[in-house]
Design a protein around this ligand. Structure first.
Ligand code: KQY
Length: 376
């Protein structure tokens, strides 16, 4: 049985690695909710299957599906993709899955953050969310990895690590009263350090305009390597995203990471602006209490929401006018990795993108020191 540990990753010598470090594999969930995914989630399921197939070219992929959806998921997913029965309230594995942490001896453990559907009863996106909150623990059990239950609300999409002691976050999300109303900035920093092993927290301000997660960092900016950050960008001063990205750029240019380095920032132009069409909105069931998805709403489309796999990068294709330029830029950011685009509008319509629906498990083993001792 995977153990739940009472200590913290930092106290035990564990750190959150960069996503560009080696992975054991990737986990996803199967989308179903008809009040989030149009036309009974069929188009989204095909998009998720394409993402899983793309990632499985680089590393093992596991998809969790409910008992009722198991056969449908198995039929649509590529044979290389493992399907396991796993209950959830929706399909955002980045946020409900575990954050992997590793030590210097190759041991892996997982952090299980408290999840409240991006805001609980104060702006959260659906209710209930108890099955989502149980996902990280179940994934760690399947992976035979010991677990830390962090005493704070957080989501995997709210933190990006460089693996060398620096964490990138946004104030809009992590200081939001709908996450941890009794904790101030200093207390949140203390918990982030304890549960990710980071020593330096770099705070950006707002996330991508109209991002329903209260501004997750994973839609705005991410580390592409230690000392290097990709940032969603627009040159259009009339776009509300312009001031957000400019503020983030200035903070990044002023920052020093945990090793004292200045950051190199890669500006990645945005798609669109993109909006939900009338036909798309009409396909979503309303009146359940989940966040409505009206026609005309601006979508928080960002090419930064890519997944870095072993030897590859899987990038959302969002807009025929900008996809080619975005792919070319991302190829320059990741020399030595194969960059693959996957059509992702259907994922975007549900409120996130490829990074939001995936969660890597770092490479390593559950308890290598014990295993080594056993062999002697
Ligand atoms: O940004 C993410 N990591 C998740 C997006 C969740 C959207 C829920 N509708």
């Amino acid at each position: 049985m995977a153990k739940t540990l009472a200590s913290t990753p930092a106290a035990d010598g564990y750190r959150m690695p960069g996503e560009f470090e080696p992975h054991r594999g990737c986990w996803m969930l199967w989308p179903v909710r008809p009040d989030n995914w149009r036309r009974g989630a069929g188009p989204a399921q095909r998009a998720f299957a394409a993402v899983a197939a793309a990632i499985s070219r680089f590393e093992p992929v596991t998809v969790g599906a409910s008992a009722a959806q198991y056969e449908a998921a198995r039929a649509l997913l590529a044979p290389a993709v493992r399907v396991v029965e796993l209950s959830s309230d929706d399909a955002w594995m980045r946020d409900v899955g575990p954050t992997g942490v590793i030590d210097d001896h190759g041991a892996v453990r997982g952090v299980d953050w408290v999840f409240n559907a991006w805001g609980g009863h104060h702006g959260g996106l659906y209710h209930p969310w108890d099955q989502d909150d149980a996902v990280a623990r179940k994934v760690l059990e399947v992976e035979r990895l010991d677990r830390y239950r962090a005493p704070m609300v957080c989501e995997g999409g709210a933190i990006h690590a460089d693996g060398e002691g620096t964490l990138l976050v946004t104030e809009q999300c992590l200081l939001n009263r709908n996450r941890n109303p009794t904790l101030g900035r200093r207390q949140i920093e203390t918990l982030l350090r304890a549960y990710t092993g980071a020593t330096t927290i770099l705070w950006l301000g707002q996330g991508v305009f109209n991002d329903e997660t209260d501004g997750h960092i994973d839609n705005l900016a991410c580390f592409t390597a230690p000392g290097e950050v990709a940032l969603t960008w627009t040159d259009n001063p009339r776009d509300p995203q312009h001031a957000i990205s400019r503020d983030a750029f200035e903070r990044l240019m002023d920052a020093r990471d945990a090793r004292g380095r200045r950051l190199k920032v890669h500006k990645l132009p945005m798609a669109g602006p993109l909006r939900t069409t009338r036909a798309e909105a009409a396909g979503v069931v309303t009146g359940t209490g989940a966040k409505p998805r009206p026609a005309g709403e601006r979508l928080a489309a960002s090419y930064v929401n890519f997944y870095i796999a072993n030897g590859g990068v899987v990038v959302p294709l969002l807009d025929a006018r900008t996809d080619r330029a975005a792919l070319a830029k991302i190829r320059r950011m990741f020399p030595g990795r194969k960059v693959v685009g996957v059509p992702a509008r259907e994922i975007l319509l549900g409120g996130g993108n490829i990074h939001c629906i995936t969660q890597q498990i770092p490479a390593g083993s559950p308890r290598p020191r014990l295993a080594a001792r056993g062999r002697r």
